[in-house]
Design a protein around this ligand. Structure first.
Ligand code: SME
Length: 155
């Protein structure tokens, strides 16, 4: 089954929801909640924030998850190391995948950058549906990533 998300509307809503808010933490919490509520068939959506070369669990919706992920470990650590979006159609086939919720079957991770281009957090979204994330989801979530970077890096 294919899923359709109207990322144009979703990104407009994300921009409107975050643009007048001066609190980065509130914006990240609401972004995780908004993505989780408005994209079909998810079991987890949230952020891992970089501390040194590790990633630490931060704002999310879904089941409790692993707290620390090392550079290069799992899908999130690989996304950090490679600085590119990863679409994983079958998490069980991904070498080193970290299973936080046994319901997760597929996953997408998007790197989020500071104003110097350094990866400072990972947007991580999981689905219980195998092969849930299409090219349209990748493009849409990268677009959402640019909005997140907008409020993170606001002067
Ligand atoms: N599966 C991720 C870990 C985080 S949970 O999905 C929330 C990974 O392999 O990096």
């Amino acid at each position: 089954m294919a899923y359709f998300t109207d990322y144009e509307a979703l990104c407009d809503d994300l921009s409107a929801m975050t643009e007048d808010v001066p609190y980065i933490s509130a914006n990240l919490a609401n972004t995780a909640a908004y993505l989780y509520e408005n994209i079909e068939a998810l079991n987890w959506a949230g952020f891992y924030v970089r501390e040194g070369d590790d990633l630490i669990l931060s704002w999310f919706q879904g089941r409790p998850a692993c707290v620390r992920i090392a550079f290069g470990a799992g899908v999130c650590g690989t996304c950090l190391r490679d600085d590119r979006t990863l679409v994983v159609p079958d998490v069980h086939a991904f070498d080193g995948h970290i299973a936080c919720d046994s319901a997760s079957a597929s996953e997408i991770t998007v790197p989020i950058h500071d104003k110097n281009g350094k990866v400072v957090m990972i947007l991580d979204i999981d689905s219980p549906v195998p092969d849930r994330f299409s090219e349209a989801d990748k493009e849409g979530l990268e677009r959402a990533g640019r909005i997140i970077e907008g409020f993170l890096n606001r002067e």
